[in-house]
Design a binder for this molecule. Structure first.
Ligand code: DON
Length: 566
C-alpha cells in the first residue's frame, strides 16, 4: 500500500510539471525555436526555465526559476550561497546590470590570510569557513524579480520539489561529488546530503531535505527568509563552529547593487556588458577595441596570425586588470581612460606580428590619475527580453562547507581578492591594492555576462564559467561570430585558447589545431595544453522582415550543458 502511495506521489510530481521527469532526462545541445529558450549547465534547470516561459513567464521569470533549480541540481556551482552578475536588455531596450557579488564580512581585513611571517595562506582563502564572502545570490534573485511577471512562490517551487523529492544525478556530477568527498568531510562541522560514503554513481537520486526547507523559508518570507530568521541563524552558527566571520549584521546588511551596464559599439553592433566589480565588461571593451581596426577576418579563423593578434591583446588587457581593477565603491578605477580608443591604440603601439610579446616588458598601461566553478545561463523570451547571468561559488562546490541544518554550500569567494600583492589566486590572477581585502568590499571578478544588440535588439546572449578564462572565451566567441562568421555551434564548440599576461604562457585546449600551435611555438610562444576551457551557453536571435523570431540556442559540448526552447 505504502509503495503504491509513493508511486502515485511520484507520478503527481512528474505530471505536475509535465515537461520533464527528474529521474529520466537526456541532454540536448541545440534548440532552434520561435518563442523562447534557456541554455544552462544542466538539462533539468533548462527545462524548469522553459516550463516557466510556457506558463507565460518572461525571460526574468525563467532566469530566476533556472537559477534556483541550478542551486539544487548543479551544486558545484549553482547556488544560493554564492553570488553573481546579471546583464539584461528588456523589450523596451532598458539595459540592466545587477551586481550581487559576495562581500567581505565586516570583520575581514587586508592581511587576514597572512601568517605571522607574512606568508599568504591560500588554503584559508580557498577552503572552509574563512573563505566565504557574504552571499549575494538570493538578494540578486529578488532584485531580478522586479522585472518578472509571475509570483516568486511559483518560480521557486520547481527547485523545492527537486530538492525535496530528489533527482537523478548525471555521471559528471557523480564523479565531481566523489572527487570532493574528502573535502566535504574535512570542511564540514556536520554531515550533509552531498556525502555518501559508498560513493555516488550516475542515476543515483540526490535528495536535499534541508535545502528544500531553506528554499521554503525563502518562498514564505522572501529575501528575509535567507538573510534573517532561521536561515541567517544557521549560517552564523555554522560560522561559529568553523571559525568563519559572517555575522547576522553582515547578512541583514547585504544588498544588490544596481549598476550602469557597460555599453560599447563594435562595427554596428552594440555590446552590453557587466561593469565593475566584474572585470568582464572592461576587458571585453578593451579587447574588442584593440582588435577593431586590424581587419582580423583577413587572416582566417584559428590561423597563427589571428591567434597571435588575439593573444597579444589578451596579454595587455589582463596586465591592466591586475594593476587597476577592484571595487569602485572602495577604490578609484580609471575606467574611461582604460577603454578610450586613444589609450587602446597606444597599448598596441609595440605589437609586433613577427615575434612574441613579453609580459616582462609589456606590463600595465600608463595612466595618469583620473579627475577610476561558476555557471552561466542565457535566456530569451517571446516578448523581446534577453537575460545573461553568470553566478558562482568560485571553486567547484565553493568552500566545500555546507551550512548545517540549511543544506547549501557556501562560496570561497574571498580568494578572488588579492590576498597579498604578487600572490596569485586559484586562477593565477594577480592584483594590487585596488583589489586588496577590506571590510564590506566586493572582490574583483572575471565573470562576463554579455548581450550583443543588432539594430537595437538582442542578437547574441553569451557567457561562461572558467575564472580568468571567461573574458577571453567571450572575446573569442564574439570574434568567431562577428568577424569569422562562424555558425553559433562552431563559435562555441571549436577549441579555445587563453592568455592572461601572467603567467606568460598561451593555454590551448587539447584539440586546438596542431599546426597553429606549432607555428606559435616556433615563433617563441610557450604553449601549455590544458583541459576544457569553460562551458559556454549562447543564444542567437534573428528576426525576419515581419519581426518573427528565429532563436538558436547552443549549449557547450564540454559538459552536461543543455539547450531547451519552444
Ligand atoms: O568571479 C570570478 O572571476 C571567479 N570566482 C569565477 C570562478 C569560475 O568561473 C569557476 N568556474 N570554473
Amino acid at each position: 500500500m505504502r509503495k503504491i502511495a509513493a508511486l502515485l506521489l511520484l507520478l503527481v510530481f512528474i505530471n505536475a510539471e509535465a515537461q520533464y521527469n527528474p529521474y529520466r532526462y537526456s541532454i540536448s545541445k541545440k534548440a532552434e525555436v520561435k518563442n523562447g529558450a534557456v541554455v544552462s549547465a544542466h538539462p533539468l534547470a533548462s527545462k524548469v526555465g522553459v516550463a516557466i516561459l510556457k506558463k507565460g513567464g518572461n525571460a526574468f521569470d525563467a532566469t530566476i526559476a533556472t537559477q534556483l533549480a541550478l542551486a539544487v541540481v548543479y551544486p558545484g556551482a549553482g547556488n544560493i550561497g554564492g553570488g553573481g552578475f546579471l546583464v539584461a536588455v528588456t523589450a523596451k531596450n532598458e539595459q540592466i546590470a545587477l551586481d550581487y557579488r559576495e562581500k567581505a564580512p565586516a570583520a575581514a581585513s587586508r592581511d587576514m590570510y597572512l601568517d605571522k611571517d607574512g606568508n599568504a595562506q591560500t588554503n584559508l582563502s580557498q577552503n572552509g569557513h574563512l573563505a566565504s564572502g557574504v552571499p549575494g545570490t538570493v538578494a540578486g534573485l529578488f532584485s531580478t524579480h522586479k522585472y518578472a511577471k509571475l509570483p516568486f512562490t511559483q518560480l521557486i517551487q520547481p527547485a523545492i520539489d527537486l530538492a525535496e523529492k530528489g533527482f537523478a544525478i548525471t555521471e559528471a556530477e557523480a564523479n565531481n561529488l566523489n572527487n570532493s568527498m574528502g573535502d566535504f568531510v574535512r570542511y564540514n562541522t556536520k554531515s550533509n546530503a552531498l556525502i555518501k560514503y559508498g560513493g555516488w554513481k550516475a542515476g543515483d537520486t540526490l535528495i536535499q531535505k534541508e535545502l528544500a526547507a531553506t528554499l521554503k523559508r525563502i518562498r514564505d518570507f522572501g529575501q528575509k527568509g535567507f538573510y534573517e530568521g532561521e536561515t541567517a541563524k544557521l549560517i552564523v552558527a555554522e560560522m561559529k563552529r568553523g571559525g568563519g566571520l559572517i555575522t547576522l549584521a553582515d547578512l541583514k546588511n547585504y544588498q544588490t547593487a544596481k549598476r550602469e551596464a557597460m555599453v560599447s559599439q563594435y562595427k554596428g553592433y552594440t555590446i552590453v556588458g557587466m561593469p565593475l566589480v566584474s572585470s568582464g565588461g572592461i576587458l571585453i571593451q578593451q579587447m574588442m577595441g584593440m582588435v577593431e581596426n586590424r581587419n582580423i577576418a583577413q587572416y582566417g579563423f584559428h590561423s597563427p596570425e589571428a591567434v597571435q593578434l588575439m593573444i597579444e591583446i589578451e596579454r595587455r588587457a589582463f596586465a591592466d586588470r591586475a594593476e587597476f581593477l577592484g571595487d569602485r565603491d572602495f577604490v578609484k578605477v580609471p575606467v574611461k581612460k582604460l577603454t578610450s580608443p586613444e589609450y587602446l591604440r597606444q597599448r598596441m603601439a609595440d605589437y609586433d606580428a613577427t615575434k612574441p610579446g613579453s609580459s616582462k616588458t609589456t606590463t600595465h598601461g600608463n595612466i595618469s590619475p583620473e579627475s577610476e566553478e561558476t555557471t552561466h545561463l542565457s535566456v530569451c523570451d517571446q516578448f523581446g527580453n534577453a537575460v545573461s547571468v553568470t553566478t558562482t561559488l568560485n571553486g567547484n562546490y565553493g568552500s566545500r562547507t555546507v551550512v548545517a541544518g540549511a543544506g547549501f554550500l557556501l562560496n570561497n569567494e574571498m580568494d578572488d581578492f588579492s590576498i597579498k600583492p604578487g600572490v596569485p589566486n586559484m586562477y593565477g590572477a594577480l592584483g594590487t591594492e585596488a583589489n586588496a581585502i577590506a571590510a564590506n568590499k566586493r572582490m574583483l571578478s572575471s565573470m562576463t555576462p554579455t548581450i550583443v544588440l543588432k539594430d537595437g535588439k538582442p542578437y547574441l546572449v553569451l557567457g561562461s564559467p572558467g575564472g580568468t578564462t571567461i573574458p577571453t572565451q567571450v572575446y573569442q566567441v564574439l570574434i568567431n561570430t562577428l568577424e569569422f562568421n562562424l555558425s553559433l555551434e562552431d563559435a562555441v564548440w571549436k577549441p579555445r585558447f587563453h592568455h592572461q599576461w601572467l603567467p606568460d604562457v598561451v593555454y590551448v585546449e587539447r584539440n586546438f589545431p596542431a599546426d597553429t600551435r606549432d607555428k606559435l611555438k616556433a615563433m617563441g610562444y610557450e604553449i601549455v595544453v590544458r583541459g576544457n576551457i569553460g562551458r559556454f551557453e549562447a543564444i542567437k536571435i534573428t528576426r525576419n522582415a515581419s519581426s518573427v523570431l528565429t532563436i538558436e540556442a547552443v549549449a557547450d559540448n564540454r559538459g552536461d550543458d543543455h539547450a531547451e526552447g519552444y
